[in-house]
Design a protein around this ligand. Structure first.
Ligand code: NIG
Ligand code: FE
Length: 421
């Protein structure tokens, strides 16, 4: 049978890991598995069939046929990047708020004044699904060009049943039609809707939104993977967060939520206790929270764009790595942090959060896949995993991070399930 793709003679193939690890912690993130002068074969099913020294693959596949051959001489191959946190479905940009924030307004100043998430909710509720799908498609294409091959996509700009379902249906349409892999997240508890108290919003989520979501999922109309809550002062407190996350867990969703961002909330301890797969942000996490996450194997999804744009304290990446936490990265793409580029995110993680380049790459591949419950199929170049990879037009893979804002020049091919996209 014809194979889909041969990538041959790459100067370096960065496997990330090759012993079936589901995540990496500090020591292994610092010495990634690499094959010098390597080749890789993707079979007709889109899965990786073989990886090895170029000479061995050449011998083994002499006479075999391939739909596509990429000669990667002088180039490098890395796994497709995984973006573990985005809010990509919305209408109405917030460029005017960027100006307010540059002039000194904080994120919560804007939110309390009725802007921020509330502004986006108003525009998203009014937008037809077709408009949302068109803008989502464009945003995902930008992410894909920047090397993202698996992306988490949240709802959360509806804050009521109808619009939350509309957003999830738009994500579902993208998942079924576009090449990029999607992990879908219900984030109905992203903010307390105007005119409701947090208690009323929690009851609505528990008694109206989640039951309807469960029906749609059981009918096979929607695939939703994760549940999210914005656990923050003035948004959802720890008790409401616990109730919503537990309800999501009970219906089979992975817990993956916003915690300890602007104020210390003990979100990390809560997430660890509930067996959360991941918690995002964590700018204000405590030492106890870090220890609890390390023990529970709850991944920390760090979002360097948010800390940068909002001038927040940097997430304590080094303390987390030292403590054995599984550190992952996400772009947090949303109208506040308008960044589609994981290479830019890795760059910020290195410069501002003091991660090494190999730590940043592991955090943006295998560990981000782990945060989405997908590291058995994605996040590294291993036989039988999805054939998702990037061919870099550079003599060392680190150029992807080093060339600040230059990923267009560095990424030569993006491959998803063996297809050049
Ligand atoms: O992760 N912190 C809450 N949610 C988003 C921002 C969403 C928005 O401002 O529209 C975040 O940064
Ligand atoms: Fe977010």
């Amino acid at each position: 049978m014809t194979n889909k793709l041969l990538v041959k003679n790459a100067k370096q193939v960065i496997l990330i890991c090759n012993n079936g690890e589901k995540f990496l912690t500090k020591n292994d993130m610092q010495k990634l598995c690499v094959i010098e002068d390597g080749s890789l074969v993707i079979g007709s099913d889109g899965l990786i069939k073989d990886i090895g020294p170029a000479s061995a693959i050449e011998l083994q596949y002499a006479g075999a046929s391939f739909d596509h051959v990429i000669d990667a001489t002088d180039m490098c191959v890395i796994p497709g990047l995984v973006d573990a946190h985005t809010h990509p479905v919305w209408a109405g940009d917030r460029v005017h708020e960027f100006a307010m924030k540059l002039a000194g307004a904080t994120y919560m100043d804007v939110h309390r004044a009725g802007g921020g998430i509330h502004f986006t909710v108003e525009h998203t509720r009014a937008a037809p699904a077709s408009t949302l799908l068109a803008s989502l498609t464009g945003r995902l294409a930008r992410m894909q060009r920047a090397g993202t091959t698996l992306v988490e996509c949240k709802s959360g700009y509806g804050l009521e049943l109808q619009t939350e379902l509309k957003m999830l249906e738009v994500i579902e349409a993208a998942r079924c039609t576009l090449p990029i892999n999607i992990s879908s997240t219900f984030c109905g508890a992203h903010a307390v809707p105007k005119g409701k108290t947090a208690a009323e919003a929690t009851t609505d989520i528990l008694q109206v939104q989640l039951p309807r979501l469960r029906e749609r999922m059981s009918a096979g109309a929607l695939q939703v993977d994760n549940i999210d809550v914005f656990c923050e002062q003035g948004v959802f407190d720890l008790a409401s967060t616990r109730a919503i996350l537990q309800a999501g867990l009970d219906m089979g969703l992975n817990i993956n939520f916003h915690g300890d961002e602007l104020h210390p909330m003990n979100s990390a301890q809560l997430g660890a206790e509930l067996g959360a797969l991941a918690i995002s942000h964590l700018e204000e996490v405590s030492d106890e929270g870090i220890a609890a996450m390390a023990t529970a194997k709850t991944a920390a999804v760090l979002l360097p764009t948010t800390a940068y744009i909002l001038r927040l304290p940097q997430p304590r990446a080094r303390d987390m790595l030292e403590a054995g936490v599984i550190v992952a990265l996400g772009s947090d793409f949303n109208p506040n942090a308008y960044c589609c580029s994981m290479p830019m995110v890795m760059h910020l993680a290195c410069v501002n959060m003091r991660m090494s380049m190999s730590e940043a790459l592991a955090a943006a591949t295998i560990n981000a896949a782990y945060a989405l419950g997908r590291s058995h199929t994605h996040g590294s170049l291993e036989v039988n995993k999805h054939g998702d990879l990037l061919v870099l037009n550079a003599p060392r893979w680190e150029h992807l991070i080093y060339q600040l804002g230059g990923h267009q020049e560095v990424i030569r091919y993006v491959v998803i399930k063996g297809n050049v996209v």
